[in-house]
Design a protein. Structure first.
Length: 378
């Protein structure tokens, strides 16, 4: 298998900078997801790695070898597209065998490799069908089998599940993940679906505006976003982001007359980052809120949606600032009184008091939008 390294790789289409100079190493056996909104440069990055798109700057290395100017077919990388074009007149078996036949492999080798991928993807029952007769999921399995059968050094996948309906997407997501665990093939996977990225990636490379915003494990980008873009883009809903004023006495004045006692572990970092005091953006995930009658923060239920195991409360501090709070069934309480009663029912206007788990609050600079480093204060 292979390590892919991008060094200052960039792409311009005339005046448009589709990908700004980018450094990225995809380690041997790693599953990397390129995640970002439409137009941020994910597909262009993938196409440059494959060789389908020429770089306008920088170098691409495959296992230490500079492949920047190699033809796609000489890179030993397999590309799986969203709408993989299978040959309609061939059966699934013939489609899968086709790349090996084109390489002039012997029939014995073809049969052996075919047996392997068929077992791996569990597609025995559809081998004699033509693509037109197959479901979307099965067509994508055949496409994957056709890519796998070549045993390439690395896989590039561009929204391979994008054309499937929700039920097939979930099943295929699990299959691709399992396939990766079994095969340990270096994979770069493009999606704009952050749930897919969180579920599949060893690391997620979050892109926006033609550049990498953060590269990290799913837990890193979720709990420690590098900036406001990542904080908001990752998570459904994204991180709650509320601008407040950090005062000299160490509290944060938030909308709606709320005063948040900033945890001790953040005091030094905030004083340093803000030069004593100043505006700052506080961020916390919906599940970081802790209900309780003595909670330091208060608001009113603006709306609530039941998600089965939990309820998402939309709580307003004031008319403008709404935060999303996850109320877990059986652990949450009727927020008004002192009594603790499990409930799913939060009528509009219910007053809510809560605290933020001190380990789960983050702070961002309002001008640079970058996360404030807690360690920098110590
Ligand atoms: P999507 O999820 O919509 O595919 P993406 O993140 O993959 O988006 P790219 O397809 O890489 O984004 O496109 C990045 C930018 O480059 C976009 O502004 C796009 O319009 C532009 N672009 C892509 N290919 C070309 C091309 N061949 N000629 C001119 N501009 C292009």
């Amino acid at each position: 298998m292979a390590e892919i390294e991008l060094r200052q790789v960039e792409k311009r289409f005339g005046d448009l900078q589709a990908v700004k100079p980018m450094d990225l190493t995809v380690y041997d056996g790693e599953f990397i997801v390129l995640l970002g909104p439409s137009g941020c440069g994910k597909t262009t990055t993938l196409r440059m790695i494959s060789g389908l798109e020429a770089v306008t700057g920088g170098h691409i290395f495959l296992d230490g070898r500079d492949v920047t100017w190699l033809h796609p077919s000489d890179r030993d990388i397999a590309f799986v597209f969203q709408l993989f074009a299978l040959y309609p007149h061939m059966t699934a078996r013939e489609n899968i065998a086709f790349p090996l036949q084109a390489q002039g492999e012997s029939q014995a080798t073809i049969n052996k490799r075919l047996d392997e991928v068929v077992a791996l993807l569990r597609i025995h029952r559809i081998l004699d069908e033509r693509p037109g007769k197959l479901s979307g999921g099965d067509r994508q399995r055949v496409a994957l089998a056709r890519a796998l059968v070549r045993r390439p050094k690395a896989f590039l996948m561009d929204e391979p599940l994008g054309a499937l309906d929700a039920e097939f997407r979930e099943a295929m997501r699990a299959e691709i993940k399992r396939l990766h665990i079994d095969q340990h093939a270096t994979t770069v996977y493009v999606t704009h679906d952050q749930i897919e990225a969180m579920a599949m990636g060893d690391r997620i490379v979050v892109m926006s505006k033609a550049e990498i915003q953060q590269a990290g494990t799913p837990a890193e980008v979720y709990y420690d976003p590098a900036n406001l873009f990542v904080a908001n883009f990752i998570g459904s809903p994204g991180m709650n982001l509320v601008t407040g004023h950090y005062t000299a006495n160490g509290t944060l004045r938030l909308p709606g007359e709320n005063h948040y006692p900033v945890p001790e572990s953040w005091q030094q970092a905030l004083r340093k980052a803000l030069g004593g005091q100043g505006d700052v953006v506080a961020g916390f995930r919906p599940e970081a809120a802790r209900f309780g009658p003595d909670g330091a923060l208060s608001g009113e239920v603006y709306a609530s949606d039941l998600h089965g195991a939990h309820t998402m409360l939309h709580v307003n501090f004031d008319e403008l600032d709404i935060v999303h709070i996850r109320a877990d069934r059986m652990t949450s309480v009727v927020p008004t009184g002192d009594s603790v009663v499990p409930t799913d029912d939060y009528p509009i206007g219910t007053p809510v008091r809560f605290d933020i788990d001190p380990n789960m609050v983050r702070f961002f600079h309002p001008d640079t939008e970058a996360a404030i480093d807690r360690e920098a204060g110590s």
